[in-house]
Design a binder for this molecule. Structure first.
Ligand SMILES: [Fe+2]
Ligand SMILES: [Fe+2]
Length: 274
């Protein structure tokens, strides 16, 4: 398995993350959730901020896929093609959300941005670690969130944004599916990749704990972060199946969300819950 150049790093709340990617001068890059402008409502400014944040997340997905292509030049060709296609998808996603943001009177750089997924994922020195975190965990979670957001934007009367998000979801399923397929293949080629997956998930848990909002902490626009981060986003079972999570893995995700109470011996112990 290839080795990658040591990451250039930054330290945030005691954890070492990859340093930020280059950004145009219009962007104000912050490092903590408390410095973001995440609103809890659907006012005009909140809608623009949601689109802006999502646009920037798609940029990060593009950059992470592109960096993985660069960092692992000896990866199997078929996997490199998947990452290349993902770069194309994420570029399109970014452009769609920028256009929607501008249609609503917003602009690039209107709100602070944070390179959280980049900072965590790019610390991984293995393909298995990158796939486990970015595709399987972050994009797996995005799949669940998108399914819910399609309904939320529709309920707010914005059919066009709902339509855009529905289109994005179809691509995200494929990004998660190829990660699930390749994690299985990589485990057959080199069983140590399973250890890399476990280490990646442990690292994410460490970062999540370190960066969790403190009790009563509010963000830059006065929203209580403890309440904000506890929004219920339940597993999107149909799309998780389409992305080739096993029934045992889906069961484990549902249990973690408190939707299943009885423990099952068939649950995939230690498997990353996308
Ligand atoms: Fe995307
Ligand atoms: Fe994606």
């Amino acid at each position: 398995m290839q080795t990658v150049q040591p990451a250039t790093t930054k330290v945030v709340r005691g954890v070492t993350l990859h340093s930020d990617p280059a950004r145009e001068g219009c962007f104000n890059v912050v490092h903590l959730h408390k410095d973001m402008h995440d609103y809890s409502d659907f006012s005009d400014v909140a809608m623009r901020q949601r689109l802006h944040r999502h646009m920037h997340n798609e940029m990060q997905s593009l950059e992470i896929a592109a960096k993985t292509l660069y960092d692992f030049p000896d990866a199997p060709w078929d996997l490199r093609m998947q990452f290349a296609r993902q770069c194309w998808d994420e570029t399109r996603h970014t452009q769609l959300l920028l256009r929607r943001l501008e249609q609503k009177g917003g602009r690039k750089g209107e709100f602070p941005v944070m390179n959280y997924e980049w900072g965590v994922t790019c610390m991984m020195d293995s393909l298995a670690g990158r796939l486990a975190l970015q595709n399987r965990t972050f994009e797996g979670g995005e799949m669940d969130l998108l399914r819910q957001l399609v309904g939320t934007w529709k309920a707010e009367g914005d059919e066009e944004t709902a339509f855009v998000l529905d289109g994005l979801l179809a691509d995200e399923i494929q990004h998660v599916r190829f990660a699930n397929q390749w994690l299985k293949r990589l485990a057959k080629i080199d069983p140590r990749s399973l250890l890399k997956v476990a280490m990646a998930i442990r690292f994410l848990e460490k970062v999540t704990t370190a960066m969790a909002p403190l009790p009563g902490e509010v963000n830059a626009v006065g929203v209580d972060l403890t309440g904000y981060t506890h929004l219920d986003v339940f597993a999107n079972i149909e799309d998780r199946r389409a992305a080739e999570f096993t029934e045992e893995e889906i069961e484990e995700i549902l249990r973690q969300e408190g939707l299943l109470s009885a423990p099952s011996s068939s649950a995939a112990a230690g498997a990353p819950a996308g």
